[in-house]
Design a protein. Sequence first.
Lengths: 569, 315, 293
Amino acid sequence: MLQYDVVIVGAGGAGMNAALSASKDSNLRVAVLSKIYPTRSHTGAAQGGINAAMGFRDPTDSIDKHFRDTVKGSDFLADQDAVEFFTTYMPDIIRELDYYGVPFSRDEQGRVAQRPFGGASSPRTCYSADKTGHVILHTLFEQCLKNGVKFFDDWCLLSLVVENGKLEGLVAMDMRSGEIHPILAKSVVIATGGFGRIYWSRTTNAFNMTGDGTAACFEAGIPLKDPEFVQFHPTGLAGTGILMSEACRGEGGYLYNNKGDRFMSEYAPSKMELAPRDVVSRSIELEIRAGRGFGEGMTAHVLMDLRHLGKEKIMERLPQVRELALDFESVDIIKEPVGVRASCHYMMGGIHVQDYKTCATPVEGIHAAGECSCVSIHGANRLGGNSVADVVFFGKYAGLGAKETAQNRSLGNPSLVSAAANEWMSKFSRMRTKTTGNNLFEIRNRMAEAMWYNVGIFRTEKNMVQALETINELLEAYQDTFIGDSSVKYNTAFIHYVEVGNLLKLAKAVAMGAIARKESRGSHSREDYTERNDAEFLKHTLIHKEGDLYRLDYSPVKITKYQPEARAY
Amino acid sequence: MRTITFKINRFDGDRAWTQAYDLNHEEGKTLLWALTKIREEQDPTLNFTSACRHAICGSCAVRINGHAHLICKTSLDEILEIYKSDELAFAPQANFDVVRDLVVDWRPMTERLETVKPWLIPTEDGAADTGFIQTPKDFHKIASPTDCIQCGICASECEQLAENENFLAPFILNRAYRFAVDSRDAAPSEHIRPAFENDLWKCLHCHACVSQCPKGIRLDREIAYLRQESMKMGEVDNAGARHAYAFHDDVQSKGRLNETTLPLKTEGMLKTMRRIPFALRMVRTGKLNPLHFPKAVNGIDGVRRIYAKVKGGKK
Amino acid sequence: MKYGFFPGCTLESAAYELMISTKKVAEALGIELIELDGWTCCGASHIQDISEDLSLAINARNIALGEKLNAPIMTVCNTCTLMLRTAKQRLDEDEEAKARANESLKEAGLEYQGSSDVTHMLWMLLADYGLENLKKKVKRPLKGLKVANFYGCHIIRPPQIMGFESHLNPQSMEMVAVALGAEVVDFDQRLACCGFHAVFPAEKEVMQKTGVNCLSAKDAGADVLVTPCPLCQMQLDMYQPDAQKRFEESIKMPILHLPQLIGLALGFEPEELGIKRHIIDAIPVLSEKLSSK
């Protein structure tokens, strides 16, 4: 049976930085499992930058301002002790990344360049042109190669084996051979990213963002925290939902409606296009609803205009973004405005992390970092540039935490982990040999539709309850699915079956959390409860899965320095 | 109704075959749209890798009619127009082992990548707790090379790699270049020497890699730079370097290449003797006149002064 | 129609038949070719491996010689075309590079201005001369001659610099062959590399490619393989016996320069076009397939 001291699931920014940290103890055997080749991870899609109060672009910037902006951006739902920890040590992370070789853009003094970003009181988003996530991902991969980190790619996590609140091991499939392996581990870091694919048809997320680690933790008894907080990025390309970085607005882009007005003046007169994402997304949807948009249906949109930036600035700071508009909308942003509309982008909610310094979850031995986790530092809405920062930062601390956990634990019970693996082997065998059943893609697409229309940017009780009913129906239909591929080797139809199962569970939690939260806060916007209600809802949602029962609970928000106040931009 | 036929190379780990799928044409679509539609509506056993859909993850390189493309950003209509056909042939990337259908194995490539130490070897000017200072000009040198998404298209297109598995795929040479020109790297030779030792001079200059790189990276210029640097590092005694210097010296001396002395200068006397049958054939048909020595061109003084001026200005 | 003619080194000796056939074809078509006075080797991608600045300067000089004639520059070698066009693109787009190059050119009493385009005879025929006009000059249609068109890398790649037609599916040679009355044969090495530039450091691989390229044309039923580049012609012709050693199947594929193919259609005899200089004898198949005028 495979045995490791630390197993990291997911090889994006969080996973790889966790691997580098855990590897600092050379006596520990560390392994990274990844469903895909590491450099394909979604960290690479992040474009605009990584936040840290370096004070280069604006010497009056400070850690405290970053702290305050993040808390305000979170609509006061973030745990402030964690946010303070994060913002305090982020500048160190930037220096580490620079030392690793990340090719940051530079200012005239040769320091890491910073740009303005949404919801930031000072320009502190460190960047590399418009491909910051990509270069950080590749640099971390290079460092992993340098340090001989062991990768198992094309290995998909199936489940975590937990007994009496303690980690025993995990079960994963080696996709190439089709073999399902029990793996013993003293500690595990889950870093599998978000689950934006619950909105399958309109998301900036890659196809693999199906919340496998989140769902596995959910099954293993770790609650999901704040799942209802879904960030819709305002500027996804009209036709496809593909991301057009916030950097477009950071570098000075404008948003126009069909009357030729910069409509953000109505919704955020001070920050305009650089209001936080939830504010801008809602504004765009309201404009489209009021008939001031262009086009119709799923591809209705407003226009983003970058022409006034000029060719030189665009080629220097936004070259890849320009390629995207050219390739996917046949628009050259140097010459024309481009159609944009909100697209599901990020999950603030996720695996409940209870110790922000080690990223430990309530299950002994399981740590979580990156988008899959909820510490919470983003609360009800995440600021742009804070996610790349989050994954690298908490990836590091989760790795250090998992290292220490492994030093103080022993391996789990092999027969428990074997039994779990055997169950999966039976399931795989059954699914391969089934010849009838419901169509998996139909189930998935119906889920996506229900989520986008009923648990999207604007929510009402009636619609969300309907969505929840649909999801419950789909969960039922999912019990009898036909995957259509009987192959043992590299059966991605089976993997997709597992992924859709994960998405359905998470979608249900999102809907439940959204229905129960009778207020509007951050990205959770209800037309029937339009105000923020601190008296009743200044708390984190926790959804527990106990067998087939989903139980909802709440936990307090840690408030230290910044008392909730009205959130206006 | 216009039907497009996709002839796809299939492989299940044991057996290989070609399978044809028909799709109704739709405007404004990409090749990824087509494969995804086939998979979801016709054949869930069809395998290919894709993730981001917007040309940053590098997952979806596939050969279409023999040439590798990132299918997420390749317009179906453009490809049909180029080949003037409603039939397209899909195959996995060349020079990779196939896992299943259009899915290839990256592990061997990653191992080859490690040959050039693809990580920063930091200079003493930086430290983990301070980072580095780097000028915008120096950043520009690494801006384009770091666009590389390791899609493997260049490796698939490479005509040398197809014949010689010891050759380092262009994206690996790109990594060597990327660190060799990074002002924060203390040891460019650590990246360049392994490239030189792994058949750097065997690149055919066919430009197949450059032509298909989705990020427009000038791999040809990078490879030329690595060769220049390898010579500066002292590696001048090999066929490739000597061949280059033969041209360099001939142009300075006469302005034209001396084809008779070229093999001698490149390979030395012993190896050139092997080529005697070759040379005799050429003399027989009149192609080679061993007594032909080019005269210096008009204006050769100017050429020599240009050489001097260019070299004078160099570091 | 007047062009500054840049022959390239190989036309002086090993590919002298290309010099002969180019001049004969140009004369027959009424195209004036004025050889650039004092042109030097283009560097052939080898000087580029020693110094980019040097290759830029010597090619700026070559183009400046053409500019003095107030004419566009025409070549008949793929690599020369690529080297000159690469230099030209850099000089036209990068002010600093142009200034530096001109400082060097001043030493030779020359200046690069950017007023002369660089083209290849194949492009010239399609873009400037016109296929319809070419057809009119055909005295002996090449009916029955099956032609495999081997482009050679440097006339199509990279598209950023060459860009005359699609590098994935170029058709210019096929169009010319059809205009001359020949039958075109499709073969899978049509866009492959001949390997000439690496024949010394990579002999084994290049000989393998030489054999494969020729056999591919043969298996497709070609009588001759035609190429617009003397380097490809030399590689596939001169080295064919060496490549043969690695293959059991007999290759024997005659390799023609594009102007030779055109010359045959314009009524010239193979001997007049220097075809007797080839290593692989093309005379038998041409005698068999070509009608008398």
